[in-house]
Each structure stands twice: as structure tokens, then as C-alpha cells.
Write a protein that binds this ligand. Structure first.
Ligand SMILES: *[C@@H]1O[C@H](CO)[C@@H](O)[C@H](O)[C@H]1NC(C)=O
Length: 319
């Protein structure tokens, strides 16, 4: 009988097969694939040797011998962004003992405790769906922290203090309504912050090192976003603020921005200089290929010259 687990594994294996283009040294390819995408230390995973049987031509793959990779939860809905998110969702190997401390720098008793309660793998800490009501104390070496699908209601200034290596924080689907103003601003390595599906009405200041900010499905109004909040983030590529109560596009937007999602807000106006440069008609904003403004009470046809510098016109009501 084919169980659901087998099905999931098979999909996973097929994904791997597609991700490993060469058969000459599949293990090395695999290592590269993993460490590039998930920061997983393969040495600890005791992976099955893929040398035989794993080709795209042969879909009938022996899957019984694979280690039990299980993604513990399914995304509740499938919006465009969630599909994107799916691609980068990290693996969460099922640990029979409930947790495994692979982090080398377990320098705080609190961090050690967290690694028993959650899963620490490489320098990543996975606390998804773990009934947490607060951010747990983290080992100082943590680079990626996931605490999705919990009951966290507040982010305290002390939660991430002196976490100098922290690159990614994912707090999707909690009950966060309050964030201390200086919760994130002093994190020198922070690049990605995901706060989607919470109750956030005030976005705290973030460091200029950000590359991805996702605060979709919250209670943000324009007053909850600082003036020129994103201006100095010269590496910011993804800004997701869909499904909030935002009245204005949060200008100026850095040139690095590739994706701006503002669908389902309350934006009523686009200005000629929202995206483009009135003074310089040769200015091109090449990176920004993906603008979502659908679900806003804005008539995008009103100011056609607002899009001349863009590679594509925004998605939204051209009425
Ligand atoms: C949107 O703007 C265009 C251009 O000004 C206008 O022709 C059209 O009637 C407007 N649509 C609505 C629904 O206001």
C-alpha cells in the first residue's frame, strides 16, 4: 500500500533528481545543493547513497531506504507568495528522539534547552508548530530561526539581542501584535524577516542589510510603516506587504527591489514619481519586474507615464 508518507518522499526524491543534473558525482552535487539552499550539515544526516537507481528516466525509485524526510505541515492556503515560499522552505528531518543538538556553539543553558525542545540542525533552529508562546532563547551561533505556526504574541527587545550571526527570522502564522521598537535594528547580519499572518500594526525599524521583508496578512496601515523605511536598504529585493490596510506605496523604493506585493490594500493613488524619476527620463528601474496592486481602489490607467521606467506594468485594475 502506498502511504501518504511514501508519496511525499517520492515527490521529494523526484525534486532531488531534477536538482542533480550530473550523475558523475551525485553525492557532491547533492551536498552543494543542500548547503547552498538549506544550510544543512549533510555529515549528520547519513544520507542514502544515490549512486544507483536515481535517474530521471526511471521514475520507479526505491524509496524505502531513504531517510525519513518529513515536512511537518502544509501551507494553509496557496497564494502566489506561498508558492514562492514553498521553494525555499527548509527541510525538517524527522528526529526520532524529538530533537537533536547539532549546533556546535551551545554556549547558553537556554540555547541548549531550546535544542532539546526544538530541532537544531547546522546553525538553524526549527521551532515550527511547537506551541511556543514566546521566542525561545537561542544559541548564539544561530543563523536561521524558524518559529512558524506557534502562539507567540510579542517580540521583545531581548529576544534577539546580540544575535550577531542571525540572517533569517521566520515567524509566520503566530499571534504577534506587538514588537519592541528595537527588536531587530541591531542585528548586523539580518537579511530576511518573515512576519506574515500575524496581527502586526507597527513595523519596527529594520537594519539596512535586509534582502526580504514579508509582512503580508497583518494589520499594517501606512502610519504603521516609518517614513522612508526602505530607502536605505540597498540590497532589498523582496517586499511583501499584501493584505494589510496600507494607503500609500512606501516610497522611495530602493533600486535593488525586484518584487513589490501590495495587493489587497487601500492604495488609491499612484504618482508619476512613485517608481520612475521625473527629472531623468533615461532612468530605468530594471530590477522591479513584479508589482502587485490588484485589490486596491486605484485606477492604474490614470497616470500611464508612471510606468515608463519599468520593465513591466503593475498587475492591477487598468480600468
Ligand atoms: C480610469 O482612468 C481612465 C483614464 O483617466 C478613465 O478613462 C477611466 O474611466 C477610469 N476608470 C474608472 C473606473 O474610474
Amino acid at each position: 500500500m502506498r502511504t501518504l508518507l511514501n508519496l511525499i518522499l517520492e515527490v521529494f526524491v523526484l525534486k532531488l533528481a531534477l536538482a542533480v543534473p550530473s550523475r558523475h558525482n551525485p553525492q557532491v552535487e547533492l551536498d552543494t545543493y543542500y548547503s547552498a539552499n538549506y544550510d544543512v550539515d549533510l555529515g549528520n544526516l547519513n544520507l542514502y547513497n544515490y549512486d544507483d537507481g536515481l535517474t530521471i528516466d526511471e521514475p520507479q525509485i526505491e524509496i524505502g531506504t531513504l531517510p525519513p524526510f518529513v515536512d511537518h505541515f502544509q501551507a494553509p492556503a496557496a497564494s502566489l507568495e506561498e508558492e514562492e515560499e514553498e521553494e525555499e522552505r527548509p527541510l525538517q528531518p524527522h528526529m526520532p528522539s524529538g530533537g537533536s543538538g547539532v549546533l556546535t556553539d551551545l554556549d547558553t543553558p537556554g540555547g541548549l534547552h531550546t535544542c532539546l525542545q526544538c530541532t537544531c540542525l547546522g546553525s538553524s533552529v526549527y521551532c515550527d508548530d511547537a506551541k511556543q508562546e514566546r521566542i525561545p532563547p537561542l544559541p548564539k551561533a544561530t543563523t536561521h530561526f524558524y518559529a512558524r505556526y506557534n502562539k507567540i504574541s510579542k517580540v521583545h527587545k531581548s529576544d534577539f539581542s546580540r544575535m550577531n550571526k542571525l540572517k533569517k527570522i521566520d515567524l509566520t502564522s503566530n499571534q504577534i501584535s506587538e514588537l519592541d521598537k528595537d527588536s531587530f535594528i541591531d542585528l548586523p547580519a539580518l537579511e530576511e524577516l518573515v512576519l506574515r499572518e500575524n496581527q502586526v500594526s507597527l513595523l519596527p525599524p529594520l537594519p539596512d542589510s535586509m534582502t526580504l521583508i514579508d509582512a503580508s496578512h497583518n494589520k499594517l496601515s501606512s502610519r504603521g510603516i516609518q517614513r522612508e523605511a526602505f530607502k536605505a536598504m540597498s540590497n532589498l529585493q523582496y517586499l511583501y506587504l499584501a493584505d494589510n490596510h496600507i494607503d500609500y506605496i512606501p516610497v522611495p523604493l530602493p533600486d535593488s527591489l525586484r518584487s513589490l506585493h501590495l495587493q489587497n490594500n487601500n492604495i488609491q493613488m499612484i504618482h508619476e514619481d512613485t517608481f520612475c524619476n521625473l527629472k531623468d527620463h533615461n532612468y530605468l528601474r530594471n530590477a522591479l519586474e513584479d508589482i502587485r496592486l490588484d485589490g486596491n481602489p486605484v485606477n492604474l490607467s490614470k497616470i500611464p507615464q508612471a510606468y515608463i521606467c519599468l520593465p513591466r506594468i503593475p498587475i492591477g485594475g487598468l480600468v
